[in-house]
Design a binder for this molecule. Structure first.
Ligand SMILES: Nc1ncnc2c1ncn2[C@@H]1O[C@H](COP(=O)(O)OP(=O)(O)OP(=O)(O)O)[C@@H](O)[C@H]1O
Ligand SMILES: [Mg+2]
Length: 287
């Protein structure tokens, strides 16, 4: 990590920075599509959406990876049922991702901590340095899709992710149907647009309640909030996901919704979102 000495970098720091940029373009260069999942708001279901759209891509035959860029709350391994911490190191001193049961390549801070209970208590430069390493020092191989699960907010950490990963093909924003969440998402969309990323889509999570007994869709927050919100912001509406125990149960036992409830309405929802991502942001490019 280059430190700022009144705007000047030492030659050694400059060398390190250039080396890291070269590593990033080499190690991420073989990945066809990079999709970042974000939200200005915490707890709205970013990691849930990231894990499930990764699973849906993988099901369709795309070689898929997830970079869990949330260093404080790295939840992706739990959500995909990964208990082992066996990150390998290859000949070039790069970390080799852990592979989930369904074949998704996963890299997460969770693999690098001594125990599940170890909190990360770092200040800004350490955090951005670590995030950059999680991006630069991983051997992803030839992936078709890399999903990046971001921490919440518009602070240093998501900003570092967006600025460090070159050529992000799409950003998936996650919101819930209320003004508080939408207000934060609006700021996040502003940040992404400032970075000149144009392909932004919205997933509305917890859009309605799906009764586990009769399957009725109870629209207690009103209808079409997500679609209208996306239209107001001038971004693509990718789909909605109901509030349902199927989603939280699957996260609890470490299986994706798509894997646990194949052919059910809820897994169709994630498949539909992936179809929309491809149609709007990816399909014009070669797979
Ligand atoms: N549609 C849903 N139905 C039921 N539970 C859900 C749904 N979406 C997410 N959850 C649950 O809500 C909790 C928060 O979800 P998640 O961790 O994906 O949010 P997040 O936005 O990634 O949070 P953070 O900001 O902390 O990273 C989890 O326990 C998850 O299982
Ligand atoms: Mg999360």
């Amino acid at each position: 990590m280059a430190h700022d000495h009144g705007g000047q970098m030492t030659p050694e720091q400059q060398k390190q920075m250039i080396e890291q940029e070269l590593k990033i373009s080499k190690n991420l260069g073989k990945i066809k599509y990079k999709i970042a999942v974000m939200s200005g708001k915490g707890g709205v279901g970013k990691s849930t959406v990231a894990a499930n759209i990764a699973e849906a891509f993988q099901n369709e035959g795309y070689r898929t990876g997830i970079l869990d860029a949330d260093i404080h709350g790295p939840n992706i391994p739990i959500m995909l049922g990964i208990e082992k911490n066996d990150v390998g190191i290859n000949d070039e001193n790069l970390m080799v991702p852990v592979v989930s049961d369904s074949g998704i390549e996963v890299m997460s801070m969770a693999f690098l901590l001594e125990s599940k209970n170890t909190p990360i208590i770092w200040r800004g430069p350490q955090k951005t340095g670590t995030i950059k390493q999680l991006i630069a020092d991983v051997d992803w191989g030839d992936l078709d899709v890399l999903i990046i699960d971001n921490p919440p907010g518009t602070g240093d950490e998501p900003l570092t992710v967006l600025q460090t990963i070159p050529d992000i093909n799409a950003v998936v924003m996650v919101s819930t149907p209320n003004a508080v969440s939408q207000d934060d998402v609006l700021k996040c969309v502003g940040m992404v647009e400032m970075l000149n990323i144009k392909n932004i889509g919205l997933v509305e999570n917890m859009a309605y309640y799906s009764c586990p007994h009769c399957g009725e869709a109870v629209k207690m927050f009103g209808e079409n909030q997500g679609r209208e919100f996306a239209e107001e912001m001038g971004i693509v509406f990718l789909g909605d996901i109901p509030l349902t125990p199927k989603v939280s149960d699957s996260a609890n036992i470490g299986k994706s919704v798509v894997e646990l409830n194949a052919d059910s309405e809820i897994s169709m929802k994630f498949n539909f979102i992936v179809k929309e991502i491809k149609k709007n942001f990816l399909d014009n490019k070669e797979k």
